[in-house]
Every structure is written in structure tokens, then in C-alpha cells.
Ligand binder design. Structure first.
Ligand code: FES
Length: 167
């Protein structure tokens, strides 16, 4: 049990987030307050860039859910950032299909080009690198995922093109 001084204060969600949650909520029966949870997590992440504990508590309060239900979803899915990331979080799949198709060379190229490793962010705050499990796009291995876009059949040369486009 948390002592009062360690208690997390739920973040008051701004109208830009609650409006999206309310919109999602209209697609489900009123008593199904867990149903819009994924939408709520996306809306909050779009607003804040990542999901800290006070945001998760704020979502729980807004949806009237037990906080553990919100934590479960936020920690299960790779698409949710649980720590601060750069403007572009380059998520690299290193699972079996991507590994067999040489994701190692993609990882090494990203490390050298960005000067960071997994879990780190460039000094200018533009790029982070995150290692992820299978993205369900094995037919296009190796795969990286930035923002809401999957990039398939990635090579070091293709990494350069993509990062140049984002700069
Ligand atoms: S192993 Fe990389 S997408 Fe499936």
C-alpha cells in the first residue's frame, strides 16, 4: 500500500483528450467503460508524448476504472510509451523473422547514425530507439515502426532515406 506522500495524483485530462475519449465512448454501451480505454491511451499519448503514472491515474478516474486495468493495457502494448521519447520513436523489431532478415544491420546502422542505443534519445530530442517484439508484419521483415507508420523490407540505406525525410 502506498503511503500518502507517495500517492500519485491523477492528472486532470485536458478537453482535447476528454473530447476524444467521449467520442470513442459513444461507440459502446454506456456500462462498458473499459471499452474506450485504448482510445483514451492513444489520445493521452498524442497529447503528452508518453504516459506517466499520473496520466494513467487520470484516465482511470475519467473512465471510472480500477487503475490496474489501465496499467495493464498501457504496459502490454508496444505502441504506448511509458517513458519520455523523442519526437520520433524508432521502434525496431528484432524478433525471429526480422532477425533472420538481418535486423542486426539495421540496429547497428541506427546506433551509429543516431549515436544512441535502445532506450535512449538523441540530444536534440528528435529521435529515440526502442526494441520491440514481433510487429505482426513478418512478411515484410525487417520492420521498423515510427509514429503510426510501419516501414518494411528495411535496409541501412532505407533507414537513411526515412530519417532524412523526418529531419
Ligand atoms: S518478427 Fe518482425 S514483424 Fe514479425
Amino acid at each position: 500500500m502506498q503511503s500518502p506522500e507517495n500517492q500519485i495524483i491523477p492528472r486532470q485530462l485536458p478537453e482535447s483528450v476528454t473530447a476524444k475519449i467521449d467520442e470513442a465512448r459513444r461507440n459502446y454501451p454506456a456500462e462498458e467503460n473499459r471499452a474506450p480505454l485504448i482510445w483514451a491511451l492513444h489520445a493521452a499519448q498524442d497529447e503528452f508524448g508518453w504516459l506517466d503514472e499520473s496520466t494513467l491515474e487520470g484516465i482511470a478516474a475519467y473512465l471510472e476504472l480500477e487503475p490496474i486495468k489501465v496499467y495493464e493495457a498501457a504496459t502490454f502494448y508496444d505502441m504506448f510509451n511509458r517513458s519520455p521519447v523523442g519526437t520520433y520513436n524508432v521502434k525496431v523489431c528484432t524478433n525471429i523473422s526480422c532477425w533472420l532478415c538481418d535486423s542486426d544491420s539495421v540496429v547497428e546502422h541506427l546506433r551509429a547514425k543516431l549515436g544512441i542505443d535502445f532506450g535512449e534519445t538523441t540530444e536534440n530530442g528528435r529521435f529515440s530507439m526502442t526494441e520491440v517484439e514481433c510487429l505482426g508484419a513478418c512478411g515484410g521483415a525487417p520492420v521498423i515502426w515510427i509514429g503510426k507508420t510501419y516501414y518494411e523490407d528495411i535496409t541501412p540505406e532505407r533507414v537513411d532515406e526515412i530519417l532524412d525525410e523526418l529531419e
